[in-house]
Ligand binder design. Structure first.
Ligand SMILES: [Zn+2]
Length: 140
């Protein structure tokens, strides 16, 4: 491939990346809102399984991220709720979940949430099904 071809491809990439990407279904991605309830000494995210489903992430991965960031123990109960064994505000949970979505769900190239998270050896890669971009991410 000559330099010229390369430049052309690069230019095409640039052009396409500026074109607004439409969702296949025609709807905008709305990040799921966590339903946070508190009981003494515990914080519960009731719709945790639903959130993980919507993000297409393994609930255990999402749990591991949240618990690591919160530095608190926790578990997923039989109803699919996440029980965190410490007290955190709803806004703290919201902020963390948004950060998770931004880092581990949304494609940095096209901004779409149609991604999968894959481990390649020790490296974790966010692969976008919409635009094909691959982005290494910090392992959880
Ligand atoms: Zn993408």
């Amino acid at each position: 491939m000559g330099v010229k071809d390369y430049d052309y491809e690069w230019m095409l990439d640039r052009v396409y990346s500026k074109v607004p990407v439409r969702l296949g279904s025609g709807e905008r991605f709305v990040p799921p809102k966590p339903q946070v309830v508190h009981i003494p000494g515990k914080t519960i995210i009731r719709n945790f399984n639903e959130i993980s489903d919507k993000l297409r992430r393994d609930p255990r991965i999402v749990m591991r991220y949240l618990l690591k960031e919160l530095a608190a123990p926790g578990n997923i109960d039989e109803s699919g709720a996440l029980i965190i064994h410490a007290k955190f505000s709803s806004s703290a949970i919201n902020t963390l979940l948004s950060r998770f979505i931004k880092t581990y769900v949304i494609c940095p190239n096209c901004g779409r949430p149609d991604t999968i998270l894959r481990k390649k050896g020790k490296v974790w890669v966010l692969i976008c099904e919409a635009c094909g971009a691959e982005q290494p991410v910090k392992p959880i």
